[in-house]
Design a protein. Sequence first.
Lengths: 661, 302
Amino acid sequence: MFFFLEPTAYLLTAATILAASGVPGLLLRAPLFGQRIAAFAVVIASLLGEIAVIQLLGGSPAAFYQVDWPLPFGPALFSTDHLSTIFLFPLFLVTGCVSVYSLAYWPASEQSSAGKLTFFLGLFAAAMVLVVVARNGVLFLMAWEVMALSAYFLLTTEQQSSAVQRVGTVYLLATHTGTMALFVMFSLLRSTTGTFAFPASHALAQTLPYATLIIVTALVGFGGKAGLMPLHFWLPGAHANAPSHVSAMMSGLMLKMGVYGILRTLSFFVALPVWVGWVILLLGAWSAVNGIALATGQRDLKRLLACSSIENIGIIFIGIGLALVGIQAHAPYLVVCGLSGAFIHIVNHGLFKSLLFLGSGALIHGAGTREIDRMGGLARRMPITSTLFLVGSLAICGLPPLNGFVGELFLYVGSITDGITAPLPLAALVAPVLALVGGLAVITFVKLYGIIFLGTPRSAAAAHSHEASGFMNGPMILLAICCLAAGMSPQLLVRLVTPVVGFYGDVAGDLFTQASSQVPLLPLTFVNILLVILTLIIGAVYLVRLRGSSQPRSTTWGCGYLEPTPRMQYTGTSFSELVVNLLGTIVAPRRERPVMTGVILPRKAAFHYAVTETVLDRVLSPIFHWIGLGFSYLRKLQHGQLHIYMLYIFATLFVLMIWTH
Amino acid sequence: MTDIIIHCAVALLFPPLLLGIIGKTKAAFAGRVGAPYLQPYYDLIKLFRKGSVFSETTTWVFRAGPVVTLSATLIAVLLIPLGRHAAPLSFSGDMILFAYLFGLSRFFTTIAALDTGSSFEGMGAAREVTFSCLVEPTLFFTLITLARMSKSLTLSTILIYPTPAIWLAAGASMLLLVGALFITLLAENCRIPFDDPNTHLELTMIHEVMVLDHSGPAFGIILYGAALKLFILGAVFVNVALPLATGNPLVDWAIFVVAMMALAVAIGVVESVMARLRLVRIPQLLVGATILSAFALLLVLR
C-alpha cells in the first residue's frame, strides 16, 4: 500500500490538527461556524490517526523523531510502537465520534461555553496522542499535565454548580498527587539511566537500587489516573458531573492512559519482582468486585456508569496481572491469554463505555435528568437511543454475541487452563471472581436499562422526552456497529491485539497460536451466528402465530387492581436493594429514616438514601478537614499580593542555590 | 450421526415430561392422583393455540424476552453431553460460553419483566438476578474442579469424565460437587427450597412472578424454556452423579433417560418434604454451596 507519510508523522500531524481545532471557535464571531470547523478538523485528524494505526498494524516501521528544544532535559523524542497503537485505535475512533456528537449535544448556538469546551476537547485529545507517542520523560509529563488540566477545564464546564466545583477540586487534588508520584518516578529513572529519554524495553535490571520504588510510584501515579482502587475516589464524581461527551472521552480514553503508563513503565525492566504480578492481579480483582458493587447501588445514571468503569479497569488489570504472573511462572498460556484479554478489553471498553456515555447524554437531553428513578418508559419515545443503549448494556455485561464477551473469554480460558495445569493454581481463582463480577454487572445493567427505558414514565419530563438528533445518533450507531461486528467475529479483535501481545509479552508467533488455540474464536462466531438465526426463526414463528390470534390490550396485572400509577412501579433503588444489603460492607448505603413527630397527626418527614463513597467520604474528607484546620495559620502567607508572591519564588530559588553550593 | 439425532430428539421432546414426573411425585406424596404425566405437553399445545393479552405499557422488549431466552437455552442444549455421548457442538472453552448463555437469557427474561412496569415483576426480576449472581461462582468452581480432574476445557470431555472408578478415587470431592450442583440445579430452576412454583402469592414468587403478564404462545415459550433449563442442569447433574456406562450407545441413552426421570422424582420428593426458605436465608444457602464447591477444588489440589 502506498502512504504519503510514515506513522509517527501522521500521528504528530493529527495531534497538531487536534490541538488547533478549537482555535477558530475562540476567534470567530460566529461560534457555531467555529464549532463546525473544529468538528471537521477533528474528524480529519482522526482519519489521519487511523491511517497511522492501520500502517502500524500492517507492520510498517515507525520513525523516531528528535526535536532539540532549548529545555535542559535532553531532546524531545517521539515515536510509536505496537503498545502505543492499541491505545491509539480507540482514541481516534472515539474522539472523532465525540466531536460530531458535540455539534448537537453542546451546540455553540445555545451554549456560551461551547467555544471553550471545543478548544479544550481538541487539546485533551492531542495531549493524549502525545502521551502515547512521547519517548522522553519530561515531554511525557508535559503532555500528561496538559491532558490532566484540559480534562479539569472540560469537567468544570458547568462551573456555576457547587457540586461541579467540588468534584473539580477533588479531581485536581487527585491528579496532582498522581503527577507528584510520577515526578518522583521519572527523576529516579533519570538518576538510574542518566537521561530523561525512555530506556529501551527490557533494558533495566530489576536489581537496580530504585527498581521497587519506580514500580511503586508508577502504580500510584498511573493507577490513580486509571481509577484503580483505592485511588478511584475522584472518578465517580468527575465522570458524573462532566458533560456526557466529555465523560465518554474521560472514561473510554483517559483512564486507559493510566493503564498505558503502567504497561510502559513495566516494559523498561528485564524481569519484574514476583510480587508485582500478584499485587496488580489483586488490585484488579478488588477494583472489579468493588467497582461493580458500588455501581449496583447508584441512583445517578452517569455515576453508575463511572463506577462500572472502575470495574472494567479492574478487569483490564486482572489480565495484566495474569500475564505478569505467567511470565514469572513460565506459563505462556497465562501470558498470551492475560495480555490478549487485557488489550481486547481496553479496546472494547473504549467502544461500549463511550457508547453508553454518549447514550446517557442523549437521555439527559431527552428527559432532562440524571436520576434513574425519575425516568422510565423512555423506549417508546426514544426508540433509537434505547436500542443502542441495549447493545451497550449487553456488551458491558460481557454477554454473547457482543464484544465484551471476547476479552473475558480470554481471561477465563487463561485462568481455567491454570487451574488444569499449574501445581498450585492460584490464578484459577480469577474465574469465579470474574463470574461474580459478571453476575453483578447483569444486575446493574438490567436495572439501568429496565428502569430507564421500560415501564411507564415516572416524571413529567420523562413522559415528554424526545429522540436525539442525527448528529448524536450517528456516532452512537457507529460505535454500536463496532461492538456488534467485534462480537460477531472476534477474529477482528484478535488480529488487532496479536502484534502487541507478541511485542509486549515477548511471545513468539507459534506460541501465540498454540496458546490462543484454546480460545474458541471460530466456534464462537459460529455460535453467535446460530444464536442470531435461531432468535430470528423463533421470533418469526412467534410473530406469525400472534398475527393469527386475538391480541386484546389491557393494563399490567396488579392483583386485580385496575388503576396502577407510575409511582407504584419498582424503582432502581428497590431493584438493587436486595443485593446492596448483601454487599453492605462495600456499598455502605446511608439511610436517614424519618422521625415521626406529632401524636395524632404525624408531621411531614423526609427519607434520604445515598450510597457513600467509602474512601472519599469516610477517609479522605475527614483527613483533609483536619489538615485544613492544622494549616490554617499558614493562610497568613496567602494574601493575594503579587509582588510578595514573586518574592517567595525569588527567596526559594536563592535558598536552593546556596544549598547546592 | 445417530447420536446427534437422538440428542436433539431427547433434548427437544423430553424436558416437559420432567415437569410431569415432578408433579406426579408431589401428588403421590399429597395422596392425590395428580395430573397425567403428559399434562405439560397438553398445556404447551393449548397455550400455543391461544390468543395473547398485552399490557399497554409493554414494548418490543416484552415480546423479544421469551424468544431470546429460548434461543439461548436451545444453544446451551447443543453444548451439553447427554449420558455418555458427546454434545453435537463441542469445542475447547465451551464451558464459558455455556455459563454466559444463561446470563444472556437471564438478561432478557428480567428486562421483559421490567417492561410491564409492575412492582411484582420488578421484585421477581430483582430476586432472579441477585440469586443467579450468587450461583455463578459455584458453577465455575464446579467446572474448574472437573476441568482439573479431566485436564480439559471442553464440556463434553469433563462431564463424561466421571466414572465409578473416579468416584472411588476422589469420592469426597465428587460428593461435594454433587451437593453443590444439586443446590445450583434447584436454585437456577426456581424449585423449592428457593422458590415455590405453585405458590399463589405474588409477593413470595421469583420466577413465576416475572412472567405474570406473559400469555398465550409467549407463556408457552417460557414454560418450555424453563423445562429445557431444568433438563440441561439436570443432565449436568446426572453426568456427574450417576456416571454409569455400558459401552452400548443405545443402552447408555436408556440409562440416561431413566436417570433423568429418577432426578425428577428426587426433585419432587425434595419439594414434598421441604418448605420454601425465607428469602433472607436463600443467599446464605447459595454462598454455602459456593464454599462446598471451593472445598471440592481444594480436595482435588491436594
